[in-house]
Design a protein. Sequence first.
Length: 199
Amino acid sequence: MGMKKLALLLGLAALPAWADSPLTSTNFWTAYKDVPEVVSAHDIERLNTRLGYYLLSNASIDKKAAVINALSWNYNGRQNAQLFTEILGQKYKTTDVAQVKKRLTPEERFCLAYLTALDDYFNVDKALVMAKDARRQLSKSFTVAIVTELIEAQQSPGGATPLWNYVAPVFNDKKLKQDLRPAGRKVIFNYMALYKPGK
């Protein structure tokens, strides 16, 4: 086990017993059980061509995020971001990853960022850079904003900033388009509220 993973595990161990991590404990996909792709993602826990192309479709950003959330995580890591990159390569007709990343739409960049974060939630630095880029381009989306903040909170468990403080501005921003279902927002709110200062 790498030192970074060990340090993060020790940090998490110091938190209350119910604590895990912002990325792995906010299962908002449960608000989308009527979406076949979300259910499929939860059942197989691995991106496939069908789900990959769903992420490239005209489906709403919240449903795409719910698919990724349903794919979940694994302590040993996953390769869903790599699989999605390969599917993006098929779309853009290139195997050059750098070229693929240059051509991404904002929604594609967001999806790749979220997949990357869940693939290795011990190291989300690269995912956070991508997510912030996507957020700048999709600045009105609550879904994009809240997932970005979950990734940033994941980067700093047990840090000087209470984890609630990352997401609170998003919940309080009335200018954002509420494009995540209320039940999904509630899942995130209820978990992150456990980290409110003074709790």
